[in-house]
Design a protein around this ligand. Sequence first.
Ligand SMILES: *Cc1c(COP(=O)(O)O)cnc(C)c1O
Length: 348
Amino acid sequence: MKEQFASDNGAGICPAALRWLIEANGSGHEPGYGDDRWTQRASDMIRALFQTDCDVYFVFNGTAANSLALASLCQSYHSVICTPVAHVETDECGGPEFFSNGSKLLVTEADSAAGRLGKLTPDAIEQLVTKRSDIHYPKPKVVSITQATELGTVYSVEDLRAIAAIAKRRHLRLHMDGARFANAVAYLGCHPSEITWRAGIDVLCFGGTKNGLPVGDAVVFFDRALSEDFAYRVKQAGQLASKMRFIAAPWVGLLENDVWLANARHANAMAQRLYAALADVPGVSVLHPAQANSVFATISPQAAAAMRTAGWRFYQFIGSGGCRFMCAWDTTPEAVDALAADLRAVAA
Ligand SMILES: *Cc1c(COP(=O)(O)O)cnc(C)c1O
């Protein structure tokens, strides 16, 4: 099928991940449930990457990673502060509430400058925390931020430090949905630790799937006390892979030689290319700064229909609307140029 821009999960497995998957398969019999050397190795590599002794768990997908991580931070009477466009709020079918036995998600106002960029701010958090203090309100306990955001924007180190400061003052835990963590690191050019534990993040859901893995995201506990019994949670949720090595080994391929970062840099560069190509097209208005690997643009309904007729696939329900074009680790400049040319033609 031709290259598409609907999601970065449309791409296949990147060569480095595939090579290690095959390598793990060729290594013969191994213990199950994560007691194998590939899982040990991938976990050690994640600890080395973050330069800290964190606890690492592999699950099948991002929904499970987020839901189980949040459940481990909350009691059922607690609440989680997030944006209205957060994946945990809009795209996980109530998973976080289900796995936490009812912890409520409290969403901030969308209609602020930061809100329009898909970001939480200290003020928005403060507003929700201080709105009520009585027994009838689910007690705020966690702040969940998405890095890069659902709208393709990225929190700076300063943004995160400011959020962490208010979280600390209000005794809130900090969870990061890092489905596109790699794209955020690539954009910021910082060390991964600077936007996680050094900035005050307690738990990171480190996405690998959209970065080039076949399957499997990592839950990384920087505050190791919070991971107590997490393994049981993973097992009960049906997220403990018996052949764990086939989730873990491809991670070795991503982490070795910083392939994860190269993949993200490439995807971001392709989004930049698309953004630049659409900037001056009449009838196309680009919505958010393209900091990570997506471009959001509004076009007329007729133009959108013509794009679909031309065979392009893209989502229009994400964030505050517009068409979302997502670039992946394998997106080619030629495909970007072809997409831009068709958009230019239908918008005219
Ligand atoms: C893709 C994505 C996830 C994970 O989704 P799964 O389909 O469950 O793997 C989580 N958060 C964000 C922001 C995402 O884009």
